[in-house]
Design a protein around this ligand. Sequence first.
Ligand code: HEM
Length: 468
Amino acid sequence: MRQTEGEILQDQYKQFPDEKFVGGYRMRQPYLLLRDLDLIKTVMVKDFDSFHDRRFPVDEKAMPLSAHVFNLKGRRWRALRAKMTPAFTSGKTRLMFQLMSDCGHALSRHLDAPAARGDAMEMREMLAQFATDVIGSCALGLQMHAMDDPDSEFRRVGRAVFEPTAANMARRLTLLFFPPLARALGLSFEGRRITDFFTRAVREMVRFREEEGVQRHDFIDLLLQLKRHGSVQEDKEAAGEDAQLLANAVHSGDDIQMTDNLLAAQVFVFFIAGFETSSTASSFALYEMALNPDVQERLRDEVDEAMADNGGHLTYDAIQNMRYLDMVWNESLRKYPPGNNLVRVVTRDYKMPGSDVQLPKGLWVNIPVMAIHHDPKYYPDPQRFDPERFSEEEKAKRPHYAFLPFGEGPRICIGMRFGILQGKLGLAMLLSKYRFSPCARTKVPLRFDPKSLVTASDDGIWLKIEAR
Ligand code: HEM
């Protein structure tokens, strides 16, 4: 395989410019590719009840870590999503800011020596270590020390899950395309070693918290609230975006018991969904800023100003209020969406609106995010990195569904606020202290790694780092 799934679908998307949707096969599995943004809205939101599932199999007994909110299906997904949503409001994210910020300071400390020497560094790995520490601290309440020790246990687990090895690929392709065979062989997405490591680590953590009565503003604490009381304490005032987030999480009416295994599965998905996505996103933003020094300077000016206004610190509100940071971050997610293809499964036979085409239950539906984000109809000269595309004026000219880095509808990324805060904080902290420029190993243009689960360059992101 020499192209990513996103690139294969992008070719097909370009091949049929006049169609609203196109059919195809992958390893003899039929699928539908959506091109039309109104149809995408119909599938993701309006007729969501006919498209509510994803494609990875779930088996709570044989593969305990598979029963997480990303994978779960139907009523069980709905019940869990509704219960977990209050853990992801901006109120809760704000409480985690200090934990995140501490990891940011550790990142800066770690880079001081190489920056003083003007070294070339692989920034994706650096940011993955930062993200591992953040998610470890905020999800598990652990000091992971991935930055002090790149071979720490959790960084090794994270690497093992995402490493595009032949074994990982073979296991996942079997799970996707031959689920009965995967079941017979006892395969899981992450592999037996990681299942055992993770369930044990979370079980020990839960026991420690329960016995010692330890409380921390992190996800384990919120999941333990769910286990004990059946719900997470909601914020006193949920306004704006949060009200929308909570309103989207309609309960299925089913009861869901938060067992230790179910709790471990949720922590596992926060870990894997949380660190690779935000670290690749931030490293692509750094890459583009190294190639576009005017953008880097303008953003650094904004960061300096925000710090000067806040006694030399980067606060939660300062990050939220930085307009240009938001534009740079979004343009980077546009050009390099970590999830380059979103999938829904048809959950009951469905007639496509405006046509005679009937979609059978079980069919996979692809929403080709990479292709849409590079369609010149929405983004003229799509290879150009131009944060101005995300000024309020330019955004208002585009259809909402032309920008889908976190998906949309009831299955939109539950950790979006957390991921954005972490990514932006990392960038702001780095720019406040260092300058980034291309080095001999910087690849222009980048090539994507076809074996990677998320959009990632095939040789990391090499940049020269210097103290300001
Ligand atoms: C820049 C960072 C991130 C990006 C770009 C991202 C992207 C996405 C995307 C594209 C989806 C699929 C949405 C859909 O199908 O409509 C998703 C789902 C999900 N994400 Fe994220 N994500 C990020 C960070 C996080 C973090 C930090 C967490 C957890 C702490 C997280 C947890 C999840 C979960 C649990 C789901 C499944 C939600 C459901 O099906 O109900 N993500 N994410």
